[in-house]
Design a protein around this ligand. Structure first.
Ligand SMILES: Nc1ncnc2c1ncn2[C@@H]1O[C@H](COP(=O)(O)OP(=O)(O)O)[C@@H](O)[C@H]1O
Ligand SMILES: [Mg+2]
Length: 409
């Protein structure tokens, strides 16, 4: 029987060496070859882009290779806004300095396709310039490298493709795990697991761990009970996993199911914890866990130390789940995070105010700022008190429905 704790995919069955990684033989060979070519001096391509579907081993390949070839791994997640904001600086420093003990460095920039286009204009250029000046090998990963924004990276990097695992590579690997766990599972069940997850090893191993709780044998029926994986699990299910989880691992799994980023997930959990955990004792514990998660998140923002992320995630998922001790079971509606809603509303209103300001500005030959500051308050007064006059003003200024609604408030 398996014991629960950390997800297998994070530690116990996270390949430590390149030889432990299943399938993808060719990309692994090219990658190793490229990395060892650094021993003879700086090669022409100073960065690689490992690309392919999720859960095929891109990230662990970089990690395992750094262990095998004795590199110090400097790991960053590129999909985070704040990483990309300072990417040039971070990569630049890490790329230039030699490491403390004179050990070689390997820089991993994970999930570059997550770079947000609007927020991170310049992030791609920053990466390119870091690649130009680096003395150390740089590894980028992406699920989807064909995004036009990533075009410059495709030209700069050695492209190495990872493919989702087929039955031939995945089944023997999974059987080894089952053996180590003393789990009995029939072939049909294993095959179904692989197909259900479309060769995504992370999800397959997660499923296996879930199924093995409290069991020594897993039948085909057990697996079919999981149903087909809805790969875009909605946020409510994700939250359900956090608040109703009986084990830490279940709660933590929420992160993998979640399509939203962890900060948004934090907001969702923070908003709903007080109502989901109705007993004050549970609520107090949950808020304590969230406060700790918040501290870690803040520290990450300040120091860019991404190794702390797993602590933050543990506190906000498992920490909250384990606070549930006295709350009686029952269904309580989930709410959209109020802080996000308020921020969105404020943004919308600001945009509306500006566009009304522009309308006034053109008619009255003023700046938009002045129109908003001096004229808008009067117009708002008229709109909320004198509907008849407001009609002609609205016509004159050519205001649309939404603007009129706003002025009436
Ligand atoms: N090819 C593979 N062989 C063995 N395990 C794998 C493989 N690919 C993924 N995994 C499992 O999934 C976990 C996550 O892999 P990861 O490298 O993060 O995937 P990716 O970066 O491609 O999304 C690993 O720790 C491991 O447990
Ligand atoms: Mg990855």
């Amino acid at each position: 029987m398996a014991t629960f704790g950390i997800p297998w995919t994070q530690k116990k069955y996270r390949p430590r060496n390149l030889d432990d990684i299943a399938g993808n033989k060719e990309p692994l060979i090219s990658f190793r070859k490229w990395l060892s070519s650094w021993e003879k001096g700086i090669p022409k391509k100073k960065a690689v882009l490992l690309y392919g579907p999720a859960g095929t081993g891109k990230t662990v390949t970089a990690e395992a290779a750094s262990r095998d070839l004795n590199f110090d791994l400097v790991e960053m997640n590129a999909s985070d806004k704040r990483t990309t904001a300072s990417i040039g600086k971070i990569v630049g420093t890490a790329a230039g300095q030699s490491s403390l003990l004179g050990k070689k460095r390997l820089i991993l920039l994970d999930e570059v396709d997550g770079i947000d286009s609007r927020a991170d204009r310049g992030a791609v250029e920053a990466i390119i310039s870091a690649i130009k000046k680096t003395k150390w090998p740089i590894v980028l990963t992406a699920n989807d490298p064909w995004n036009p924004r990533l075009a410059p990276l495709r030209n700069t990097c050695l492209m190495i493709q990872f493919k989702k695992l087929g039955l031939r590579d995945s089944i023997p690997y999974l059987k080894k795990i089952c053996e180590k766990e003393s789990l009995e599972i029939d072939d049909r069940a294993l095959k179904f697991l692989v197909e259900r997850n479309e060769g995504d090893m992370r999800s397959i191993i997660n499923d296996l761990q879930t199924l093995s709780t409290g069991k020594k044998t897993i039948s085909y029926d057990d697996v079919t009970l999981l149903g087909w994986r809805d790969r875009k699990s909605n946020i409510f299910e994700v939250l359900g996993n956090v608040f109703k989880a009986k084990t830490c691992s279940w709660a933590r799994k929420a992160i993998e199911l979640s399509e939203v980023n962890y900060e948004m997930l934090f907001e969702w959990i923070y908003e709903n914890a007080p109502t989901q955990l109705s007993d004050p004792r549970d609520r107090a514990k949950a808020l304590q866990a969230l406060a700790k998660a918040d501290l870690f998140l803040k520290r990450i923002r300040q120091t860019q130390n991404w190794r702390l992320l797993s602590y933050a995630l543990d506190f906000m998922t498992a920490g909250v789940a384990m606070s549930r001790e006295h709350t009686t079971p029952g269904w309580v509606k989930m709410r959209f995070p109020e802080r996000i809603k308020l921020r969105a509303k404020a943004r919308r209103e600001k945009a509306l105010r500006t566009s009304i300001g522009r309308k006034i500005a053109t008619k009255c030959h003023l700046s938009t700022g002045r129109s908003i500051q001096y004229f808008m308050p009067y117009i708002k007064q008229i709109f909320s008190n004198k509907p008849r006059d407001s009609k002609s003003i609205a016509d004159w200024l050519e205001l649309d429905e939404e603007m009129i609604e706003y002025l009436k408030q």
